[in-house]
Design a protein around this ligand. Structure first.
Ligand code: PEP
Ligand code: MN
Length: 280
């Protein structure tokens, strides 16, 4: 890659799944793990669709300290148990501190299921250099790095260098929208034009997160969700991965309910993504 650092690997294989600039994976699921029932509903739907990847947040970085902070390590044993039951191979999950890597690692070992994880660095930690160094040096898990919401692309690519330079080059670069003062209908300005740029400057697979870009599941006049459009836009731009929030009962969600798609919308969503991938 032209970025000039160590972001120049030709992708990687993890849990038998390929991640590179041609591959495509959908990681969908709960913003925050709440109940075993909700996790199981999601996993069952994924299994029906032969999808072996999911997103499930245990540690949540919340804007307010009074909001639900995630079940943390308490939910990991039953989460990984259920993942094994439904053949989920990789769960994308955010870590906020280096100790979370160990907690996840221990829970995986204790569960004994062949489930793996992709460690997410959230936008709020996009320049937390000590955490970046920790996931770079202490982790054999792939890293899903989310672009900083107020960072230049260059600053975020340098943050990935912090991970790579410590030895872990299995990185996926995720665009999730950036802050803007322009009073947009969406929570974050959609930066999907950067998908091909990142692919050109590095060899990293690129992920798009339509959920946190749009931020609200408002219906457009034609009845199609903005989140559907943003996801399709990501695919058209060449994304190698989508990270999307779903909840079986968004009104009961402990985090980000208003932006979650429901299981009734899953078939439509997957069919749409398949269609755009065939067209472009
Ligand atoms: C999330 O994926 O739930 C999340 C908090 O994302 P971001 O860091 O992009 O806000
Ligand atoms: Mn969320």
């Amino acid at each position: 890659g032209r970025h000039g650092g160590q972001l120049g690997e030709l992708g990687f294989v993890y849990q038998g799944l390929e991640f590179n600039q041609d591959a495509f994976h959908i990681f969908l699921g709960l913003c925050a793990v709440d109940t075993p029932e909700h996790v199981e509903i999601i996993f069952r739907h994924l299994k029906q669709h032969n999808i072996q990847t999911a997103r499930m947040g245990a540690y949540k970085p919340r804007t307010s300290p009074y909001d639900f902070q995630g079940h943390g390590k308490a939910c990991l044993p039953w989460l990984f148990e259920l993942a094994g039951k439904y053949d989920i191979k990789i769960i994308a999950m955010e870590v906020l501190r280096p100790e979370h890597i160990d907690e996840i690692h221990e829970a995986l070992q204790e569960t004994g299921n062949p489930t793996g994880v992709m460690l997410q660095i959230g936008t709020r930690n996009a320049q937390n250099f000590e955490l970046l160094k920790a996931v770079g040096s202490q982790s054999t898990y792939p890293i899903l790095y989310k672009r900083g919401m107020g960072l230049t692309l260059e600053e975020s690519l340098n943050a990935c260098e912090y991970i790579a330079s410590e030895g872990n080059r299995n990185i996926v670069f995720c665009l999730r929208g950036v802050k803007s003062m322009l009073g947009l209908p969406h929570r974050n300005l959609i930066d999907f034009g950067h998908v091909p740029v990142v692919k050109r400057l590095t060899r990293l697979p690129v992920c798009v997160d339509p959920t946190h870009s749009v931020g609200l599941k408002d219906r457009a006049p034609d009845g199609i969700y903005d989140i559907f459009h943003a996801a399709a836009q990501g695919v058209i731009s060449g994304a190698n991965m989508l990270l999307v929030e779903f909840h079986p009962r968004p009104e009961q969600a402990l985090c980000d309910g208003p932006q979650a798609l429901t299981m009734n919308e899953l078939d439509h969503f997957l069919a749409d993504m398949q269609l755009v991938r065939k067209c472009y």
